[in-house]
Design a binder for this molecule. Structure first.
Ligand SMILES: N[C@@H](CCC(=O)N[C@@H](CS)C(=O)NCC(=O)O)C(=O)O
Length: 209
């Protein structure tokens, strides 16, 4: 039984989506300790107080991307796979998409959030939010170019970066009010968020405290 530490309203949601895509079930295969950042439950396992973390037996894995990579590697089988073998070109290309999601998309949304509601008044800087909107717009252009006519970022196969990008798109539209360009990019996000795994993860999120 895995223990996911972190409220499903945080980046822990990515991990829930990943678990559900892999066919793992809450209560049977994983449980959630739905805490917000900074409390003792998380500080006891991660000094920064950031969520999520995953408890695997006596071990702890910190960081949503590392957790998703671990789960995808461990639970790949004939029916389900969210990744490619380590050392393959496909794996390196998938990893490149993961860094794109983290550096260009997550970053724009997260810095926006810091300068909107996370930092205290004295630390919020003028013009940072419009700069983040610009960075996001550029990232969406790059996404459109790299995606081409593919169904998912790695082609026909749905993989971890699709989870990261799909979750960030929720922040972008819901929290930051950034625009998702119509056409290939909007269609891609619709495809990703219509998946059964996403719908199940939303149910888990909404049922959590
Ligand atoms: N790269 C980390 C980032 C973790 C992170 O920043 N989580 C947020 C919640 S979504 C948090 O705990 N923030 C508290 C803080 O920045 O102090 C990951 O993907 O897990």
């Amino acid at each position: 039984m895995y223990t996911l530490i972190g409220s499903p309203k945080t980046r822990a949601f990515r991990v829930i989506w990943c678990l559900e895509e892999l066919g793992l079930e809450q209560g049977k295969d994983y449980e959630i300790v739905p805490v917000m950042p900074g409390g003792d439950d998380i500080k006891n396992v991660n000094p920064s107080g950031k969520v999520p973390a995953l408890k695997v037996g006596d071990d702890i894995i910190i960081d949503s991307v590392a957790i998703c990579q671990f789960l995808a590697d461990r639970h790949t089988n004939d029916k389900t796979s969210l990744t490619f073998p380590a050392g393959s070109i496909k794996r390196a290309q998938m990893d490149s998409w993961i860094h794109f999601a983290a550096d260009e998309v997550d970053h724009a949304c997260w810095v926006w959030a810091k300068h909107d509601w996370i930092y205290p008044e004295g630390l919020k800087a003028e013009n940072v939010k419009p700069a983040c909107a610009l960075e996001f717009k550029k990232a969406m252009k790059h996404l459109e170019q790299r995606l081409g006519d593919n169904k998912f970022v790695m082609g026909d196969k749905f993989t971890i970066p699709d989870i990261l990008l799909g979750q960030c798109a929720g922040w972008a539209t819901g929290m930051c009010k950034f625009e998702i360009p119509e056409g290939k990019v909007a269609d891609y996000f619709k495809r990703v968020t219509r998946r059964k795994g996403f719908i199940k993860a939303i149910r888990v999120r909404d049922a959590a405290k």
